[in-house]
Design a protein around this ligand. Structure first.
Ligand code: ZN
Length: 348
């Protein structure tokens, strides 16, 4: 084949390809086009093979013309392939279209429940004083809840805590003092002990400040030298930590079967500063908690030598502290899961 002949054939090949590419409408027909004009069985491949027979002086120009033909055919293919790729991408973009003018999703952060805010606050305070945390079950034996706390069956003090019975010997614990019995049993008569026990307790009670379910934090210290003065100091520090350094703290004699002597702690009213208002029932003082020196009977009942060991115990009402601290009017708000209520305690 001469160079002149090849140029004519080459021109015809390009015209043919240009005509056929217009009818290529999908990837299948595009592949057919590629095979026909650029593949192993194409004219192009034959032309390359015929290079062998071209006369020496035309070989160089023949090669240039051949490469030119291949480049033009390849360009036809590339252009179509790009068009398909672009169309595919456009279709995908259309399908996955995001309307950036839509309002975004709002991630609302939760807030700490006021009940647990008090638990954490009191717990942190006592951990700082070297106490550890003890735990016990809410379904408890009558023995741990009452008898080992110096409240035998038929003792009138049982009327102070109207409990829920499961059977004759099993109840829902009426105070976290039941954990005292467990801690003392685990210690097997060996002090010292320094624990707090936060948890839920249950009593048959129902009004704005009393609920069938509420929270207590029990504290128990047993050692050879724990004194009444230690108790008063500990509670004074706690109450000022909870209600402010300016609060006056006073202790009144009281009675609990598991402590002797027993005291109740009051703080000066933070609403009226002691002048008298509806919060403090015009007394200037607010009752906060009960406490006392561990009754020697409790020590003996739980396997401790009351000649060697002594100690003190206290019980804090979590709900009561939270109600006072945050001005909450009804104890039931703690467990009715009203988001608007809990939302008020969000720390921004
Ligand atoms: Zn007051």
């Amino acid at each position: 084949m001469t160079l002149e002949e090849f140029k004519k054939i080459s021109q015809a090949e390009i015209e043919q390809a240009t005509s056929e590419i217009t009818s290529v409408s999908d990837e299948q027909t595009l592949n057919n086009f590629k095979g026909r004009f650029l593949g192993k069985k194409s004219h192009l491949t034959d032309f390359y093979a015929s290079m062998r027979d071209v006369v020496k002086e035309e070989k160089k120009d023949f090669g240039i013309a051949l490469n030119d033909l291949r480049a033009k055919l390849q360009a036809l293919f590339d252009e179509k392939e790009n068009a398909f790729r672009q169309a595919k991408l456009n279709a995908r973009l259309e399908k996955e279209k995001v309307d950036i003018t839509l309002p975004g999703y709002q991630n609302t952060l939760g807030s700490k429940h006021p009940f647990y805010a008090v638990v954490d606050d009191v717990t942190d305070f006592f951990l700082g004083l070297g106490y550890t945390i003890a735990d016990g079950p809410e379904v408890e034996s009558d023995r741990n809840n009452f008898e080992l706390m110096n409240i035998p069956k038929d003792h009138p003090a049982r009327d102070m805590q109207d409990s829920f019975s499961i059977n004759e010997n099993t109840i829902l614990r009426s105070h976290t003092s039941s954990v005292q019995a467990r801690v003392l049993a685990a210690a097997k008569g060996q002090g010292p002990i320094k624990v707090i026990c936060p948890g839920k307790v249950y009593r048959r009670d129902n009004d704005a400040t009393h609920s069938h379910q509420f929270g207590q934090i029990e504290g128990l210290v047993i050692s050879e030298d724990a004194t009444f003065a230690n108790l008063l100091e500990t509670l004074t520090l706690l109450l000022r930590h909870l209600f402010g350094e300016k609060r006056e703290v006073r202790f009144r004699p009281s009675f609990f079967p598991f402590t002797e002597p027993s005291v109740e702690a009051d703080i000066s009213c933070f609403e009226c500063n002691g002048k008298g208002c509806s919060l403090c029932k015009h007394t200037g003082w607010i009752e906060i908690l009960g406490s006392g020196m561990v009754n020697p009977n409790v020590l003996r009942l739980n396997g401790f030598d009351d000649k060697k060991y002594q100690g003190f115990a206290f019980g804090i009402g979590i709900d009561r502290v939270a109600m006072l601290k945050y001005g909450i009017d009804d104890i039931k708000r703690f467990y009715t899961n009203d988001v608007q209520f809990i939302d008020q305690f969000r720390k921004e």
